[in-house]
Design a protein around this ligand. Sequence first.
Ligand code: PGA
Length: 263
Amino acid sequence: MNTTRRKLVIANWKMHLNTSQASLLLHRLHERIKIHRDIEVVLAPSMLVLQPLSMQIDRRKFRLAAQNAFYKDEGAFTGEVSFTMLRDLVHYVIIGHSERRIHFHESYEEIAQKVAAAVRNGITPVLCVGETQEERHNGETKQVLHDQITTALSHLTAAEVEQVVIAYEPVWAISTFGGELAKPDDIQRQFEFIRHQIAELYTKKASKAVRVLYGGSVDDQLAGGYLQIPGCDGVLVGSASLNYHKFSGIIDAAYRVQNSAKE
Ligand code: PGA
């Protein structure tokens, strides 16, 4: 596995920060962050903030992601925004986040449709997978990951799967759902299982190409440790991404890990 693959650091701002707050945070991050070829920093603000932020960002430093979108390209779907509408605005869309699965009852099929719509529109899906506390206690983690991955990617070809990003986010480790700290050994085991699934379902090439991230209570203190887990291509950060010091600390950790991997 290529440990010097670009590291991806994604800030999931969730339903926080209005346009001026987001703009201020971006401004401060811009001043602090250097252009780094081996690190990709992605900001996922609310839908409302995407357009104004896209005018402000320095594209050498940041990319944008949406936190969700609807899978139909156009039509009478009141309240929805399509992947087609987002295609010139974002590089990534977060799909199947546990908050969407739990609070908005997104089904496996809906998530599969969203992944397909993202790919169809030239946007990279960041597919979130992960077991709940109950599933973990019942020993169902692998079954859950298997089901989430096979269904979500079912409309894609092996070549399309190569482009996908998968974020392993155990629900019990997400700060707002409990925030229990996941152990690096366990995370590594799930990463290996995810890649094994991709190799079984698609090709070895796809399993090597797919980027796998970790998410769940990642902050500036823990990021370095998570980023050093073999096979970890980056982190998906929730609450710590709203804090300027913590988020810039996470990016610093990614620099350090990336530089030490090169030495
Ligand atoms: P957290 O959230 O970093 O606050 O745990 C991660 C996520 O929900 O993506």
